[in-house]
Each structure stands twice: as structure tokens, then as C-alpha cells.
Design a protein around this ligand. Structure first.
Ligand code: GAP
Length: 440
């Protein structure tokens, strides 16, 4: 089994990620995040938001998924700018991205393919009770358009001077021709975008600053430097709005692929929205008496690609078991070494055995004590070794074991996921000790 298959299997087995609508045979390119996946996703979004918000002049926004369809005319998404070339098999009618098929024969059944034609990726829907052209709109294909069309609102309400940045996290939809590699390319995903409005002369400098910041972010949360690289995208391959584009690529289990895009969008968006809406979207610098369309430097990433990368990076198999007991000798134990800020469960509370009511009662008291402070699990099923392994597999940072000594002196052991070292701590100190250990 390759690493992607192992991750898919772990995600399904342990409640990270499920195929959407599975009991009806699924729906292509959509995934549901289970109890652990939703925590991991929330943690990724949290650390992204917090790091972004530490920057000067950074503010947040939560705009609608549905926008006036004229937004997408102005943005270039309804024209050739946002279309892939597809080819179709003349026999099985399966469609493929033209640049992904090696010959003009169908990869599935070997029959001839049609000539390439443009296929727009916007997801169509209707607003209101009548389904006609006038009520047609689209689910957003990038979150940043909601930021651009709010430029005046933000400027007027927040009294900001350039350069300032607006960040947003939210659902995005693209009717991708082919979806593949698990959650790498899906039709529904979440984007985390930052749009920095600046003077045109400052754009190059800020672009360089942000590409470094974003590279550091991955490394700070557990991605190895050698698994990241930057690709300067040549003009003919750039997005239709980009004056300059760098793709941050990650060495996924299936090869090097884009994880995030850094774009200098120039004044493409504001000038086009000004033209289409008739509003004056220029910025006026009172001190210099200068009026101009700010340039936009963008960092844009889906939540799912880093999530996949963090899982791939954290996944380890230990042959013969981590504790090297004879029982474990034939087993392969999985250890998921996610960064402590990302791990879905921070603490698991385990009574040493479950057939001693006093121990179970004590362990439940400790679980209740910790629940308001940390994401916790209580687990009493199976041997203690097996329970440690179950927690290692889902990246739980600490396992707390309630044993017979706990009943005598109100202490318990804290086991560290990565070192397996155990230390005894007084219950009354527990919350503070754990908070300290989990702090960055
Ligand atoms: N606003 C700019 C923009 O949307 P993009 O390069 O089209 O740029 C940015 O997308 C990021 O969004 C990608 O680097 C990737 O992380 C994520 N992304 C794009 N399409 C995706 C898809 N079909 N499935 C999952 N993530 C996707």
C-alpha cells in the first residue's frame, strides 16, 4: 500500500475523513470531515488565522458564498480565464483534462478522444423561485472576490491606509473535470486567502516578504524544509489575473504539486470591478495627494492540501511496535506525529483497568476536570498498551493513566506521545502542567 492509500485508510478507520454521501455511492470530489478531521481542520484554520492576525494592519472578513453574477463577469471567471480544456471519450463519454492524457486515446477504454474544448469550472445555481437566466448565479470559485467587492466598505468603515490586508476563510466550489489524489483536488473545498492592498511600487517587496512568511508557516507546523519548494510560474501558465505567480509546492506522496499560490494580481481586480460596477474603487492618499488603484498581493491556499501534507508528514509506522514487547513484535504500530497545535485530541484519560469501579470513577472525575480546558477522550476498552497505540495513531499528545497509586495519593502518570516518557503529576496541578506543556 502506498502512503496515500495508508492515509486514506487511517482517515476512514479513525474518523478523520469520509467520502461524502457514501451510503448512496458517494459524490465525486466531495469529502466529509469526521469527528477527528473536523478538529484537525479547525486547528489548521486557527493557526493560519492567528499567524496572519499578528501582522500589522490585518483584518478579517466573512463574505457570502453567493455573489451577484456580475462579480464573476468582472473577475474574468465566466470567460476563458477560468476554464480547463477537456477531451471526451467517444465511447464511454468519460472526460479528462487535456493536459493529463498522454495520447488521443481514452485512458480507460482505449477509444479515440474528442478534440479539446473549453469547460468552465464555475458551479451554477439559481437564486429565488424562478430558474431562468436572470436568476442564475454561481457558487464562489475563490473567496477573494468577496473581499474585492467589499473594498470600499472596508476602507470607509475601518479608516485604513495602504498597505493593509484582509483575510478570509471559507468554502469554495469548482466543477473540476477530474478529481484525484484523495482530498488534493476536490469540487468543494475551503480556502484561506489573504489579499494585501498596497501601493503599486510596494507590491514586489511585499510579494517577496509574503512568500517567505508562507514558507515558514509550513515549517513551523511540521513540514520538512526539503519537502517544500517554490516554482516561479512562467507567463503562459499563470492565472489570468496574475502579473507574477509563485506556487509553493509540496512533495506529496504522489509527487511535487502546488499546495499554495502567491500572486501579484496588480490592479486587475479593482480596475475591472470599477469598470463593471461604475464605482470609484481608487484609493486616495491624502498626504501625497495621489489617487490610484492599489495593487493586490495574494496568498491563497485550500485547507485540505495542507491537511493532507500535515498527515503525510506526521505518519510513521513502527515495525515490531514502539515498546518492543514480544506481543507487539509482529505488529506495525502507527504513530501520527502531528504538531501539538494541530493534533485533534490533546489528552486521553485512561483508567489502568476497567473492572475496578473506584479507578473508573476517579478517571471519569479527571476527564470531567479536563474537558473544559482541552479536547479530551476517555477510553477504558482493551489493554493499556492497546489504548496507548490507539491514541498514538490519532496523534493524541498526552495519555493520562489512572492507576492504583492514584487512589492513594491523588497523582497520575502523563505519557508523552513522542518520547513515551512517563512522569507522575498531582491531580491538583494537572491543568496547569498540561497547559504549560501544550503552550507554544
Ligand atoms: N484566489 C486565487 C486562487 O484561488 P488558485 O491557485 O486557483 O488561486 C489557490 O487556488 C489554492 O486553493 C491552491 O493552491 C490550493 O491550495 C487550493 N485549491 C485550488 N483548487 C482546489 C481543488 N480543486 N481542491 C482542493 N484545493 C484546491
Amino acid at each position: 500500500m502506498d502512503l496515500t492509500q495508508k492515509i486514506i485508510s487511517l482517515c476512514k478507520r479513525r474518523g478523520f475523513i469520509f467520502p461524502s454521501s457514501e451510503i448512496y455511492g458517494g459524490i465525486g470530489g466531495v469529502y466529509d470531515f469526521g469527528p477527528l478531521g473536523v478538529e484537525l481542520k479547525r486547528n489548521i484554520k486557527k493557526v493560519w488565522w492567528e499567524v496572519m492576525m499578528r501582522e500589522e494592519n490585518m483584518i478579517g472578513l466573512d463574505s457570502g458564498i453567493l455573489l451577484n453574477p456580475r462579480v464573476w463577469q468582472a473577475s474574468g471567471h465566466l470567460t476563458a480565464g477560468f476554464a480547463d480544456e477537456l477531451v471526451e471519450c467517444k465511447s464511454c463519454h468519460k472526460r479528462f483534462k487535456a493536459d493529463e492524457v498522454a495520447s488521443n486515446k481514452c485512458p480507460e477504454c482505449g477509444v479515440k478522444l474528442t478534440k479539446p474544448r473549453k469547460f468552465n469550472l464555475m458551479m451554477k445555481t439559481f437564486v429565488g423561485p424562478v430558474e431562468d437566466e436572470s436568476s442564475t448565479t454561481y457558487l464562489r470559485a475563490e473567496t477573494c472576490q468577496g473581499i474585492f467587492v467589499n473594498f470600499l466598505n472596508i476602507l470607509n468603515s475601518m479608516r485604513l491606509k495602504v498597505p493593509f490586508g484582509v483575510i478570509q476563510i471559507g468554502k469554495t466550489f469548482r466543477n473540476e473535470i477530474t478529481t484525484k489524489n484523495f482530498i488534493f483536488r476536490t469540487r468543494e473545498f475551503e480556502q484561506m486567502e489573504m489579499e494585501l492592498f498596497c501601493h503599486p511600487k510596494e507590491a514586489d517587496k511585499l510579494f517577496d516578504y509574503w512568500k517567505e512568511q508562507r514558507l515558514k508557516w509550513y515549517q513551523n507546523f511540521g513540514i520538512k524544509k526539503e519537502n517544500l519548494r517554490m516554482k516561479e510560474v512562467p507567463k503562459e501558465e499563470r492565472a489570468h489575473y496574475a502579473k507574477r505567480q509563485i506556487d509553493i509546492e509540496y512533495h506529496f506522496p504522489f509527487g511535487w504539486e502546488e499546495i499554495e499560490g502567491i500572486h501579484n494580481r496588480g490592479d486587475f481586480d479593482l480596475s475591472n470591478h470599477a469598470k463593471h460596477s461604475g464605482e470609484d474603487l481608487k484609493y486616495f492618499d491624502e498626504e501625497k495627494g495621489e489617487k490610484f488603484f492599489p495593487y493586490i498581493v495574494e496568498t491563497s491556499v485550500g485547507v485540505e492540501r495542507p491537511l493532507f501534507a500535515f498527515l503525510a508528514e506526521a505518519y510513521q509506522e513502527v515495525k515490531g511496535g514502539r515498546t518492543k514487547t514480544t506481543k507487539a513484535a509482529k505488529e506495525v504500530e502507527v504513530l501520527l506525529k502531528l504538531h501539538k497545535s494541530l493534533a485533534p485530541i490533546k489528552v486521553a484519560v485512561l483508567p489502568l483497568v476497567r473492572n475496578k469501579p473506584e479507578l473508573v470513577k476517579k478517571a471519569k472525575e479527571i476527564y470531567n476536570l479536563l474537558r473544559p480546558h482541552f479536547t479530551c477522550q476517555y477510553d477504558e476498552l482493551g489493554s493499556i498498551g492497546r489504548r496507548y497505540r490507539r491514541q498514538d495513531e490519532i496523534a493524541t499528545i498526552f495519555c493520562l493513566t489512572c492507576d492504583f497509586q492514584t487512589l492513594e495519593d491523588d497523582t497520575l502518570t502523563i505519557r508523552n506521545r513522542d518520547t513515551m516518557a512517563q512522569e507522575r503529576v498531582k491531580i491538583k496541578d494537572l491543568v496547569n502542567v498540561l497547559k504549560e506543556k501544550l503552550a507554544n
